[in-house]
Design a protein around this ligand. Structure first.
Ligand SMILES: [Zn+2]
Length: 467
């Protein structure tokens, strides 16, 4: 068991129970030595990457040549949604296929509970060599996000002003060489962080003008939020420009990772899943950064899946999908049966092969965030949203207020229809409540560590703690 309050790694009965469960899985039919060689898996998450700031999603500025080229030889999902508007709950959903109310990783610094079985652990139990490189403190060593990884590096977690993408790539390539030694297929997870605030300057891209107003680049999120009420359009544009330079800079490092894969002769047998955990707000709805809202600029994310075994060049898949499908999709693509392994979210494999995926799941997102050290209860953000057909309902559970948008006619969610369409609100509320019940099935207790002063300082820099 893991003591409540802090993470102690695996020990005792919990490890034994999980080990025997995983052994049973590895002895299941079809998983033995006779099974065909499984492909390698490369999972890449770029933190805080907005879908609409990428060329392959229609952005006019050249921020993403590597990602665009990958999309050209992949299936690009045009309507992929995260489950939550910040890193910990979103990545936990990617790794466990559970919604936040089930995995309960919903507070700054929260730990991914050891009793949950992650994609990493499942792949490891089926013979995969596993490695992870992260540059976000929330997924540092000891956060529980490292469970199942034989190799795990968080040496690039150095605060929000640290520029990490090139070193993340170098570490990932070194790790790749280590993972290849045993001759097993590998699962390599790489998390890039640079587009997350603070937005640092990369003048070689030339997107950002010289300092605009009070914005010079490198401000932390609390500094930026203190200017929010008086920020000029020029200053907001400068933030977007700096953010774009961070994207282009990260894209170049990601390019070097793909080149390294190629140089090692691995490209032909490696699945690549590329996505972001959530977007970023630039005051379109009165907020900067993330963690609080469920608008489209936050929850609609890029998702690109490359399977070298199939010819899916440049196909755009319009079906709405959720990142809770990532883990079952990976298992399905490597020849394991996700439903036998206990995953209930739909695999995207049929869509990747150009078939129908059956009944669509409604797109459901949730957030229950309170800044660490918050002195006011009103800083808690507790919201749920559901997207059915062309309408999206957002329920603010703290104030019992609703917002309703027609996201096809009004993709920027500027016109709230809740007051004029009470029938539709009621109908969607019923669907929302049904989905909430479903999402919370099998919920585990939240595992919140005791945060040190140093931890709180880190969270402050990230914009996740009050002063
Ligand atoms: Zn994030």
């Amino acid at each position: 068991m893991v003591a409540p309050g802090h993470y102690e790694g695996r020990s005792g009965g919990a490890l034994l129970a999980q080990a025997s469960a995983l052994l049973a899985l590895s002895l299941a039919p079809g998983c033995g030595q006779d099974s065909p060689a499984r492909p390698n898996v490369l999972l890449v998450v770029v933190d805080t990457l907005r879908r609409d700031h990428l060329g392959c999603y229609g952005y006019e500025r050249p921020t993403s040549p590597t990602i665009d080229a990958l999309a050209e030889r992949s299936v690009r999902f045009d309507n992929a949604y995260t489950t939550a508007p910040w890193t910990s709950p979103a990545i936990a959903s990617i790794l466990t296929s559970l919604y936040p109310s089930a995995h309960n990783v919903v507070r700054g610094g929260a730990i991914l509970p050891e009793k949950l079985t992650t994609l990493t652990e499942t792949l490891s139990a089926h013979g995969y060599a596993t490695g992870g490189v992260t540059s976000n403190w929330q997924t540092r060593k000891g956060s529980g996000f490292d469970q199942g990884f034989e190799l795990y590096s968080d040496s690039q977690v150095k605060g929000t002003k640290h520029v990490s993408s090139p070193d993340v790539t170098s570490e990932a390539l070194t790790m790749l060489d280590q993972l290849m030694v045993g001759g097993h297929p590998f699962f390599l997870s790489v998390l890039y962080f640079d587009p997350h605030c603070a937005y640092m300057r990369h003048p070689e891209y030339g997107f950002a003008a010289p300092p605009a107003g009070r914005i010079r680049g490198g401000e932390d999120m609390l500094e930026l939020r203190s200017m929010m009420a008086t920020m000029s359009p020029l200053e907001v544009q400068c933030l977007r420009d700096l953010y774009d330079e961070e994207i282009a800079f990260t894209d170049a490092s990601f390019g070097r990772l793909l080149e390294g894969l190629d140089a090692r002769g691995l490209a032909e047998n490696t699945l690549i899943l590329f996505m972001s955990d959530h977007g970023e707000e630039f005051l379109a709805h009165g907020w900067l950064g993330h963690t609080r809202n469920l608008y489209q600029d936050m929850v609609r994310v890029p998702l690109i899946v490359h399977d070298p075994r199939t010819d899916s060049r440049g196909r755009v898949e319009p079906t709405r999908v959720s990142l809770v499908s990532i883990a079952p999709t990976v298992l399905d693509l490597v020849g394991l049966d996700p439903s036998e392994l206990g995953y209930s979210a739909p695999s995207l494999r049929p869509l990747l092969e150009g078939r129908s995926a059956g009944d669509a799941w409604p797109i459901y997102c949730e957030v229950d965030f309170i800044p660490v050290n918050a002195k006011h209860g009103n800083k808690r953000s507790r919201k749920r949203s559901i997207l059915v057909g062309r309408h999206k309902l957002i329920r603010d559970d703290a104030t019992d207020r609703f917002e309703l948008y027609d996201v096809e006619r009004d993709p920027l969610e500027t016109e709230d229809l809740a007051a004029s369409s009470p029938e539709l609100v009621r109908e969607l509320e019923r669907a929302l409540d049904r989905m909430s019940d479903r999402a919370a099935r099998g919920a585990v207790a939240t595992q919140q560590p005791v945060l040190s002063e140093k931890d709180i300082e880190v969270l402050r820099g990230l914009g996740y703690a009050d002063r």
